[in-house]
Design a protein around this ligand. Structure first.
Ligand code: BDR
Ligand code: CA
Length: 351
């Protein structure tokens, strides 16, 4: 009996790792502003055999650049993964003052959980430079998963545009086509650096936008996180505390669960079948009076074309037809939330 069970476990493990082994695990760089849900996203990525997480590059957003770097280092240390490079990057958004979000993420950005000091050291390179170097060293192999403001990624593109065709794909947590979370129109990561976001969306690489539209549908509840208590360990204990803090916060606002914004971006990078993501052209509004930071998506794939006509009763434009608009992003519009949440919960437990 025992032999059969052992055989089954070995077979299952083999299956899991075989999936990752076809072509090897995918090389991933996570650009992050850690951040509670960033922490959950990072731990999901580290617990996924399909991924070979090469680096965390830190961007200011939820917390300052310095606090974010400290948090990233403590997290890789907690996970016993000093092999992952951790580098600081930009100190502030391109053209505006930084807005930090301790209000949502706790004083230290990590739900006020004091992780032990890191035994890992930071990489001396500047985050955008590290991205550039790694992309050139691994052409067509790097998946970028930015889960904070897009400042570092924009700086990397501006410094070396030749990286764009060499990146395998970019899966972003950011934006929304159905209204914002910082205000009526803008999502936080895009609102924190709209100019950077516009550079990244227009770069011309395969980009998937995992926005609020789907993040708001993936609510992690108390029921989900009970499993972490049954399988204690440094990472699942940390995840329990972070999730408990976030769910508590959601409860104050009348919700029963916390949206898994950043972890879902990692989830979609792991398994694109979790979402429906039609191709659209997305621009980032950088000037609007009410809409700065909005991701403006063309859902019909076309713009009307107007031509000026001279009529006796006055000149006016007349619609002549439609001009096709080329998509630049896959925009997630639907998600299999429960499948993703199960994936998250089981992987955090090392299953
Ligand atoms: C995004 O903003 C941050 O607060 C979260 O970490 C996430 O990346 C959600 O709007
Ligand atoms: Ca984030």
């Amino acid at each position: 009996m025992l032999r059969v069970k052992r055989g089954c476990v070995a077979f299952l493990m083999l299956g899991l790792f075989a999936r990752a082994a076809i072509g090897g695990p995918r090389k991933v760089i996570i650009d992050t502003d850690p951040g509670t849900d960033d922490a959950m996203a990072i731990m999901l990525a580290l617990n996924s055999p399909e991924f070979d997480v090469r680096a965390l590059t830190v961007v200011p957003g939820n917390v300052t650049a310095a606090q974010g770097l400290e948090n990233a280092l403590r997290m890789v240390s907690l996970a016993d993964r000093c092999d992952i490079l951790v580098a600081g990057g930009a100190q502030h958004p391109l053209f505006q003052k930084l807005v930090t979000a301790e209000f949502w993420h706790g004083k230290n950005g990590l739900a006020n959980v004091e992780l032990p000091p890191s035994k890992c050291k930071k990489d001396p390179r500047w985050g955008p430079d590290l991205i550039i170097e790694m992309v050139h060293a691994n052409p067509h192999e790097i998946t970028l998963v930015p889960i904070g403001p897009l400042t570092n990624i924009a700086l990397a593109i501006e410094k070396d545009p030749s990286i764009v065709p060499l990146v395998k794909e970019v899966v972003i947590m950011g934006g929304s086509i159905t209204g914002g979370n910082v205000n009526a129109s803008a999502e936080a990561n895009i609102a924190n650096d709209p100019e950077a976001a516009q550079i990244v969306f227009q770069a011309g690489w395969p980009l998937t936008m995992v926005g609020l539209d789907v993040g708001d549908k993936t609510l992690l509840t108390r029921k989900h996180i009970e499993a972490f208590k049954k399988n204690p360990g440094p990472v699942s204990d940390f995840m329990y505390k972070v999730a408990d803090f976030l769910i508590g916060l959601s409860e104050k606002f009348g919700e029963t669960g916390t949206p898994m914004y950043d972890p879902l971006a990692v989830g979609v990078a792991l398994d694109s079948t979790l979402v429906k993501a039609p191709a659209m052209h997305v621009d980032v509004e950088t000037r609007g009076e009410f809409t700065r930071g909005e991701t403006v998506a063309n859902r019909r794939g076309a713009n009307e074309r107007n031509v000026l006509h001279h009529f006796p009763d006055g000149d006016r434009y007349v619609i002549e037809g439609l001009d096709k608009v080329e998509p630049n992003a896959k925009v997630c519009t639907e998600v299999n939330a429960e499948k993703f949440l199960q994936m998250f919960v089981s992987r955090i437990q090392g299953k």
